[in-house]
Design a protein around this ligand. Structure first.
Ligand code: HPA
Length: 277
């Protein structure tokens, strides 16, 4: 094993042992990664038991405004889940391997379904600020991969990525959205390194490449989840139209403002999905 892969493989099991000592995690129906400003779901968990990232071995504490930095076990719609309020971004200087560690931890704790969420810029011109986009597929433009290094026990060397986002989970989300009257759009998420937002020329390039939304997370987590055989559902909150589309300058405050506005719809969508798992 390469020293890096070795370090993170043991980090996942060490972190899992610590969590099990601190909390009863039960048999989680899903692990849910809450994107920037989308941490409100954590407050809706019943019987919440939290461990701060700072107390999990191998986890650095989060530094991004809008991320709490805690793993919370609790119940949603009567089902036990693990919620991650915060994640590790590559633009913080973290490796893709570290960005994937929370997913590996949740897998080690028994989760076999991953629900990822993120704040993203809308690339497709018919999208609007505040749309919820069901992720159908992604484009990895980070030029990083969390699986680089020796294969971790339980991973496949060359994971199939022909269906990274599970079709049956997508269908369930559509059902929930229809039943609850939550408007949704669907599309392809492009993951870039950041932290600078894209230029208008880059956004036009992304459009031509087939991206519908752009963000700075999610891709390493989904790759690791697929390498572990987890089923994945993804939701992007379109917090702003990407650079050059609306003409307005972009800033993180707007991103957080939109997630506040859309948070409740997002939470109902995730709750409905968990209920139907
Ligand atoms: N670009 C990249 N990441 C983002 C954006 C964006 O426009 N909005 C929220 N996250």
């Amino acid at each position: 094993m390469s020293p890096d892969a070795d370090r993170h493989a043991s980090a996942a099991s060490l972190a899992a042992a610590t969590i099990r000592e601190r909390l009863d995690v039960g048999a989680p129906a899903a692990a849910i990664i809450l994107g920037s400003g989308l941490g409100g779901l954590a407050a809706r968990l019943e019987n919440p038991r939290a461990v701060a990232f700072a107390d999990i071995p191998g986890f650095p504490s989060t530094t991004v405004v809008g991320h709490r930095g805690a793993l919370i076990a609790g119940t949603v719609a009567g089902r036990e889940v693990l919620a991650l309020a915060g994640r590790f971004h590559l633009y913080e200087g973290h490796s893709a391997t570290l960005a994937a560690l929370p997913v590996r931890l949740c897998h080690a704790l028994g989760a076999r379904t991953l629900i990822v969420s993120n704040a993203a810029g809308g690339v497709r011109r018919t999208f609007h600020r505040g749309d919820l986009m069901l992720i159908h597929d992604h484009i990895n433009l980070m030029y990083r991969n969390p699986l680089i290094g020796t294969v971790e026990p339980g991973d496949v060397r060359f994971p199939d990525m022909s269906a990274p986002y599970d079709a049956s989970l997508l269908a369930l989300m559509r059902e929930v959205a229809t039943d609850a009257g939550i408007p949704v759009v669907a599309g392809v998420y492009a993951g870039l390194l950041g932290p600078s937002y894209e230029t208008p020329a880059e956004v036009r390039m992304l459009e031509r490449l087939g991206a519908d939304a752009v963000g700075m997370s999610t891709v390493p987590e989904v790759i690791a989840a697929r390498a572990r055989g987890m089923r994945v559902a993804g939701i992007s909150c379109i917090t702003n139209m990407a650079a050059g589309i609306s003409g307005a300058p972009l800033d993180h405050a707007e991103v957080l403002e939109t997630t506040r506005e859309v948070g409740e719809r997002f939470e109902r969508l995730v709750e409905g999905l968990v209920e139907r798992l």
